[in-house]
Ligand binder design. Structure first.
Ligand code: HEC
Ligand code: HEC
Length: 428
């Protein structure tokens, strides 16, 4: 028989498979999965079409061993690529394992397809029996394996679907926060955002170490319903700009958004400066020129949000104290005040931990004009003023390196902030 030319064959195959690739493309887009998945899956379909179009070399059947020898390396390469891509796209490791297992199921399937035909069955009952047992065996295997995987608990899934939407009337503070955390989990925010140590993807900012809770409710709300309006620092690249979905305003009820914002407002760290930027290229506010410029405005009493606060009145516009006893920020060797019971002895100002800066500025110094500013003014602005105050003894343009980004606090650290009462009440 005359074989059709390879190119004719190839074009025919491509045309046949194109609709499938398009459908897969649309489905992936509809689920809001990353672009790379779309290209990868559509690519796999087209490669498959290409392989089918290759002229068969010889029509002789391959032996079982030859079959495996030919297919195993291909599957291993494909599985490796799937693993890396799924990892890059931010899928949890369990999903990666699942995707790769699926590639191996494919291997088993293709090997089975290419095995030699069995001898004709002698009786109807015997082939019916074989068919049924094979089916039962395959189903049993499939159920047994999927039952081991963590996310398939039908009970939990059904409960989630049946749960009534969050209604806030009658819920008090901690319950609203807990409800908001549930909204965060159920709307896949964890797919892109870590919260301190929780979560598995750094596509968006870690909302814990960024300390999104320092920002106003209005700001957080706007970032959720209109994420394109304001880019997070360090996430200006084309991909990150468009990553955060824009459908949350439609998907979430007013109560759900309120609960979500209440939860996000709790994300603070009283022991470290906020961290900005896309992992691993991160920096702290100590070294952020924009923050320092904003801190200067606060320090000098010109920030409308902190009207009435003017550090410069006492500490001096240029760091020369205007009031006896006020800390001289120019002196890098200065020590912590001895007026506090919990004073940090022997550590010079240039080495003060972030926690000490924060505590002294938010809680003040007992019986001195250094008032607990954190009871009156938003801590967002106090952190900024601290970042600026530091520049009097450590000018930004003289720095040779940035301060290291602090390690992500652990679950135990976070629990300790609460037992050590590092948070003020109410938390501004
Ligand atoms: C597909 C990934 C993705 C998902 C899902 C996602 N985000 Fe984001 N988000 C991002 C990225 C990337 C940024 C940074 C770029 C920007 O500001 O838009 C961001 C920014 C933010 C910011 C602003 C941070 C700042 O520095 O101002 C907030 C707040 C936020 N996301 C909350 C959420 C919440 C809440 C959810 C779930 C309801 C969510 N995100 C779901 C990717 C995502
Ligand atoms: C009304 C005057 C006044 C204002 C306003 C003021 N301070 Fe102070 N501050 C003081 C005095 C006085 C001390 C010294 C307290 C002592 O005796 O140890 C001090 C101490 C400090 C200390 C050091 C505490 C220690 O451990 O030694 C820091 C840090 C500080 N101020 C930061 C700020 C910042 C930042 C602002 C603005 C947000 C500010 N202060 C506003 C008067 C003021």
């Amino acid at each position: 028989m005359q074989q059709p030319s390879f190119f004719k064959n190839l074009i025919g195959m491509f045309l046949k498979f194109l609709p499938l690739a398009v459908v897969i493309w649309l489905i992936v887009a509809w689920f809001g999965l990353p672009d790379i998945m779309r290209w990868a899956l559509a690519g796999v379909v087209m490669v498959y079409a290409f392989l089918l179009a290759l002229p068969s070399k010889r029509l002789a059947e391959k032996s079982f061993g030859q079959n495996i020898k030919f297919k195993l390396p291909i599957i291993i390469v494909v599985a490796g690529a799937i693993w890396v891509m799924a990892g890059k796209a931010g899928f949890p490791v369990w999903w990666q394992i699942e995707f790769v297992s699926f590639a191996f199921v494919g291997l088993a399937f293709f090997i089975l397809l290419d095995t030699r035909a069995l001898k004709p069955e002698k009786s109807t009952s015997s082939w019916v029996f074989r068919l049924l047992t094979t089916y039962a065996l395959a189903s049993g295997l499939f159920i047994a394996i999927t039952a081991q995987l963590p996310q398939f608990d039908p009970q939990v899934e059904i409960e989630k679907l049946n749960r009534p939407p969050i209604k806030l009337s009658g819920l008090a503070g901690p319950e609203v926060i807990a409800a908001g955390r549930e909204v965060f989990e159920n709307n896949k925010c964890f797919n892109c955002h870590k919260v301190f140590w929780e979560g598995n993807s750094d596509r968006g900012p870690n909302l814990g170490s960024k300390q999104i809770g320092l920002y106003s409710e209005e700001y957080i709300r706007n970032q959720i319903i209109d994420p394109r309006a304001d880019q997070a620092p360090g996430f200006e690249d084309k991909k990150s700009k468009k990553a955060m979905p824009t459908y949350y305003e439609e998907d979430l009820s007013e109560d759900e958004i309120h609960a979500l914002v209440s939860y996000l407002k709790t994300l603070r760290d009283p022991t470290h400066m906020p961290v900005e930027g896309k992992f691993p290229n991160q920096w702290t506010w100590w070294d952020d020129p924009k923050i320092i410029a904003e801190g200067k405005v606060v320090f000098e009493g010109a920030e409308p949000a902190t009207e009435g606060l003017n550090c410069a009145v006492c500490h001096g516009k240029d760091g020369i104290p205007m009031m006896t006893g006020a800390l001289d920020f120019r002196n890098a060797e200065q020590h912590d005040t001895d007026k506090m019971p919990d004073q940090l002895k022997g550590v010079p100002l240039k080495e003060w931990p972030d926690a000490l800066w924060y505590k002294r500025v938010t809680r003040g110094v007992d019986n001195t004009p250094m008032a607990p500013w954190g009871m009156i003014f938003q801590h967002l602005y106090l952190w900024k003023a601290e970042a600026y105050a530091r520049t009097f003894h450590d000018p930004l343009d003289k720095r040779t390196e940035k301060r290291p980004v602090p390690p992500i606090p652990t679950k135990e650290d976070i629990a300790k902030w609460k037992t050590d009462e590092l948070f003020l009440d109410p938390l501004l």
